[in-house]
Write a protein that binds this ligand. Sequence first.
Ligand SMILES: Cc1ncc(COP(=O)(O)O)c(C=O)c1O
Length: 360
Amino acid sequence: MNRDEHVSLNTADTGAVGIGRTPLVPIIVPLQGRRCRLWLKLEGLNVFGSLKARTAHALLQAAERSRQLEQGGAVVESTSGNLGIALAGICRARGYSCTLVVDENTPQTSRLLMRAAGAALVTASARDGGNPVEARLNLVRRFLAEHPDAVWTNQYGSGANPRVHREWTGPELADDFDGVPPDAVAVPVSTGGTFAGLSAFFREWSPSTTMIAVDAVGSAATGGRAAPRSAKIPGFGSGRESDFLSSADWGRRVVLHDLEVAEACRVLAASVGLTLGGSAAAAVLGAIAVAIEDPGLSEIAVICPDMGEKYLDLIWSRSSEPTAIRSSMTEALACLRLARSASCRDAEFMPGARSCGIPY
Ligand SMILES: Cc1ncc(COP(=O)(O)O)c(C=O)c1O
């Protein structure tokens, strides 16, 4: 998909623009004796509230173009929240029925939004076998056996997932930076589609840009061992290994505890006033941790998949036990505490970068 192609909620090819062209907001983070600037790509400002609006659009378009999905058809998908909200909305607009398999970690607000757009919800539990994502996939397979005409968009395996980020999100980022590549790009990982697509784009456009993959302790997404996570942040990490990624795709990989990430959300809100979703704050913290070690990184794009409003109970009403923060992350959190918003009037902007910074 070309980034200039208009995205339709009604048909595949024409109509209102509501996905893409998200803002890039700069913040300045002091490090020991220097500073770095993080360019936050606020994907939560897509229609449907997350980066998964792009993915959902692409998955449905692939199913339509291959003629698997026809007028009045039925869609089924496994989701931790964001993809489901976007799929439910686009399916409703295009006249498909939509069944979403969620799990007990899926935030209540996400469920309400999916249902409001007409989706039917099925909740997987430990009884359905394996960890939450495996249990969800078992229920998708069961649904397909009972409804053979339904189409599984399959965000875990469809090439349309990474492709949309290589062909749309990546070029949009290049355009945001007016053709001057950032030193690094930090991306939180779940299915790995966003990271794989952006990594493929940057391999061609700017091989010297360091790709930073940010995963969770207890996630298998980037090859770790799946383990129970008591405070799991939805959409961050996964109980299954990504079908799209190999270690050759990242220059650096950072693995964070959910509680460290929740703390980063609160610190970021307190320092620059932005209430981001958990995986977004993970990418911010991961970017700082890598920048502390690598003085060559001073301009870093950070993919922020959503904002924080769905995670009020999980993130905003609690505070982490200090023991949950590892010493390797204390310095990064301390730097984040000193972060400040960059004014649009700052004369020091990176050449070319077209910031949609909030004018403080
Ligand atoms: C909350 C959240 N975290 C992380 C991601 C990255 O997901 P993936 O690796 O599946 O592309 C997304 C994608 O939209 C998301 O919504």
